[in-house]
Write a protein that binds this ligand. Structure first.
Ligand SMILES: *[C@@H]1O[C@H](CO)[C@@H](O)[C@H](O)[C@H]1NC(C)=O
Ligand SMILES: *[C@@H]1O[C@H](CO)[C@@H](O)[C@H](O)[C@H]1NC(C)=O
Ligand SMILES: *[C@@H]1O[C@H](CO)[C@@H](O)[C@H](O)[C@H]1NC(C)=O
Length: 414
């Protein structure tokens, strides 16, 4: 009897061990594993604080366990450019073109990109890139593997590039790549680097900038001031826009000179010699109108970044938090003035005050602007190799793109 009891007890204990071993331990492990990965949920590109991210991130992203365990990550990552991006077959990811190794010189460079759909079976690519405006529900890959990442990429705002609201694109994309801070791979039009270390300054993190007031202004910049004779210029080819920037420019023209180059004005500078146009701008003008075509959060384009490379002060108009994206005292924001007339008065005063005008270039002692997209290519390759990024599905790309862009009406001007 006691023998049977003992036997039964032993069997029960064994069962208990088995239950613990087979179910509870793995459950605890999965739980702990999941917790570790949760710490890596910040969007790629830049480390960001989740509080900052939350106001923009719409609730359409579903995340799961990580894609692959670390040991599998040694293979070269392959990227297929499924669509074109306008005239570029390689998404303008590099100036080097399709045949060059765009990932060369990246810290993590074990990646390759191609637009050749027959390079290997399509389900074997690690990532597929789709350009928003060229999305075509009739031309989608026939096979897909669960470890691949389908990436939505756009360079404009949803105002100009709306995404088709089609069921084919629900639960279709895994990552986004766009100018927005809540994109998985943030792709701003420009970034800043520390002058001495070349280190990238993450955009949109408040209070990150140094106090630049102790900076020096180079001799060449001081000499340029003496050459300048005209107030402001604007290179523009879209005359009527959603942001109504043209109304602001017209109003400003009532008070100060605004030379409008291109289709919408009477001045010409050939786009074929863009660099030359910018050099003439720098020699002749005090200010440049860096007016965005749409008023959307985080939307700051090359209209600002390219100008900051020259010794001209950009007058910015848009809906981004400029003070977090750009160095202090490097630009003038239309929004900071009660009226266009007050803005004009300020510009006129600044153009007559050498010391004060030149103080807008002090930031150049500490930072330099970088408008090449190469470092984004590198971030992209790094992300593809990152074993800690969770599985992720964007439930509704239409919502993410349209609602998440947070576009606002134009400024009321007076
Ligand atoms: C920046 O530094 C200058 C002098 O070094 C100081 O007068 C000024 O108050 C500082 N500005 C800010 C915003 O800290
Ligand atoms: C500015 O110039 C002074 C004098 O040459 C130098 O001591 C100082 O380090 C310079 N500041 C910066 C930020 O380069
Ligand atoms: C990508 O999205 C697909 C479709 O929803 C999903 O099945 C897959 O698990 C996702 N892959 C990764 C690596 O996130």
């Amino acid at each position: 009897m006691s023998c049977t009891m003992n036997h039964l007890q032993r069997v029960l204990t064994l069962r208990m061990y088995m239950i613990v071993g087979l179910f509870i331990v793995p459950m605890i492990m999965v739980f702990l594993y999941g917790r570790t990965y949760c710490q890596y949920e910040a969007p790629y590109g830049f480390e960001s604080s989740l509080e900052l991210r939350s106001p923009v991130a719409p609730l359409t992203v579903v995340k799961d366990e990580p894609a692959k365990p670390p040991e599998v990550m040694k293979k070269k990552k392959t990227v297929l450019y499924w669509t074109k991006m306008f005239s570029s077959k390689n998404f303008y990811l590099s100036e080097r073109g399709v045949d060059g190794d765009i990932f060369a010189n990246c810290p993590v460079s074990f990646c390759m990109g191609t637009n050749d759909r027959n390079y290997q079976p399509v389900e074997e690519f690690d990532a597929l890139l789709f350009h928003g405006p060229e999305l075509n529900a009739k031309d989608l890959p026939k096979t897909r593997s669960a470890n691949q990442r389908y990436i939505f990429m756009d360079s404009e705002t949803q105002v100009f590039h709306p995404v088709p609201n089609r069921p084919e694109f629900n639960n279709f994309f895994n990552w986004t790549m766009a100018y927005r801070r809540d994109a998985d791979i943030m792709r701003p039009y420009g970034i800043f680097r520390k002058l001495d270390t070349n280190e990238v300054i993450p955009p949109y993190i408040p209070a990150q900038w140094l106090n630049v007031s102790d900076g020096n202004v180079s001799e060449s910049t001081s000499l340029l001031f003496k050459k300048k004779s005209k107030m402001s210029a604007w290179f523009v080819s879209h005359c009527g826009t959603n942001s109504k920037r043209e109304d602001i420019a017209r109003k400003l023209q009532e008070y100060v000179t605004v030379d409008i180059y291109g289709k919408c004005g009477k001045f010409q500078c050939s786009r074929a010699n863009e660099d030359e146009c910018y050099e003439q701008l720098e020699q002749g003008y005090f200010f440049y109108l860096s007016f965005e075509n749409s008023m959307c959060r985080d939307y700051i384009t090359e209209k600002v970044y390219r100008i900051l490379d020259y010794d001209v002060i950009p007058v910015v108009y848009g809906a981004a938090d400029y003070e977090t994206f750009l160095p202090p005292n490097s630009y003038i924001n239309v929004k900071d003035f009660p009226s266009i007339e007050a803005l004009a008065t300020f510009l006129r005063e600044l153009s007559q005050d050498e010391e004060r005008y030149l103080s807008y270039f002090k930031w150049k002692s500490f930072y330099k602007v970088d408008t090449k997209k190469h470092y984004i290519v590198c971030e992209f390759c790094k992300a593809l190799h990152d074993p800690y990024l969770p599985r992720q599905v964007i439930a509704n790309i239409y919502d993410w793109w349209a609602k998440g862009s947070q576009c606002v009406p134009p400024l009321e001007i007076n």
